[in-house]
Every structure is written in structure tokens, then in C-alpha cells.
Ligand binder design. Structure first.
Ligand code: FEO
Length: 168
């Protein structure tokens, strides 16, 4: 049985993951409106991954007998300056998510809640990958954003991303 404090933190994290999904969907919409459908696809897939993260936490909390309380999800921004602004905000957001997950791990360690610590290992690894990839895309978009031919190729590259559902 998970403690009320850890359950609250996981419930909050479910909300953060769902917010991230909305935020990335908003970014996807911005690129769709600019006919950069490959980059729009990248953020659409990212949005689906965030919902999958929320689902994983939902299932875990249920498995350990915590009460699931669904949060209000704030409206994400929809006005962005340019592609670099969006990719930079995506990286900043991933860094926030990492901090928030570390905070749950810290609390779980303090309580000797090894089940939650073990469960969150997957998320720690995922965040390392997400931050690395978000950081690479910031570098790449800065390289290509002022060159239409390069931006076209970058858009084609991101069109290849597909959502892969994972089990619990
Ligand atoms: Fe669920 Fe991108 O962190």
C-alpha cells in the first residue's frame, strides 16, 4: 500500500504528463498550420507518449492501492514565436518533468518505498532519452530554420517518427 503522500505526488505527476500531452499537441497544431506536417507529426507522437506515461502511472497507483484523483489540466499556450522557440520550450518542459520525477523518487526513498523507486526507474531512463533527444532537436532546428531546403529535409525526417505503444 502506497502512502498518501506518494499517492498525491503520483496523482500530480499524472496531471503533469497529461499537461505535457496537451502542450505538445498545441505545438503540433502550430506546425500543422504552417504546413510543416513532419514536425507536427513529431509533436503529435510526443503527445501520445505523454498520455502513455500518464497511463503507466495510473496503472501503477491502482496496483499499489493508491486513490487515483484526476486533476484539472491547464490550457497550454498556443502562441509561439517560431520553430526554435517551440523546440526550446519542449526541452525546458522535459527538464521540468525530470525534476518532478526526481522529487517523487526522493520522497519514495525517504519513506523506504522501494516499489515506487523501482517503478520510477523506467521514467528516469526515459527522461534521460527525452532530454537528450529534445536537446539535439534544439540544435538541429537552429541549424535549419533559416534555410527552406534544410527545413524541408528536417520536416521529412520528423515525418518518420511513429508512436510505439508499450506495455505496463
Ligand atoms: Fe513524460 Fe516527456 O515526459
Amino acid at each position: 500500500m502506497v502512502s498518501e503522500r506518494i499517492a498525491q505526488l503520483i496523482n500530480e505527476q499524472i496531471g503533469h504528463e497529461q499537461y505535457a500531452a496537451q502542450y505538445y499537441l498545441s505545438m503540433s497544431a502550430w506546425f500543422s498550420a504552417k504546413d510543416l506536417d513532419g514536425i507536427a507529426n513529431y509533436f503529435r507522437v510526443q503527445s501520445k507518449e505523454e498520455l502513455m506515461h500518464a497511463d503507466k502511472m495510473f496503472d501503477y497507483l491502482n496496483d499499489v492501492g493508491g486513490e487515483i484523483i484526476i486533476s484539472d489540466i491547464p490550457k497550454p499556450p498556443h502562441l509561439f514565436e517560431n520553430p526554435v522557440d517551440i523546440f526550446t520550450k519542449a526541452l525546458e518542459h522535459e527538464r521540468k518533468v525530470t525534476k518532478s520525477i526526481f522529487n517523487i523518487v526522493k520522497s519514495a526513498n525517504e519513506e523506504g518505498d522501494f516499489a515506487t523507486t523501482a517503478f520510477l526507474q523506467w521514467f528516469i531512463t526515459e527522461q534521460v532519452e527525452e532530454e537528450a533527444s529534445a536537446s539535439q532537436y534544439v540544435t538541429k532546428i537552429k541549424m535549419v530554420c533559416d534555410n527552406p531546403s534544410a527545413l524541408y529535409l528536417f520536416d521529412q525526417e520528423l515525418a518518420q517518427r511513429v508512436f510505439v505503444a508499450e506495455g505496463k
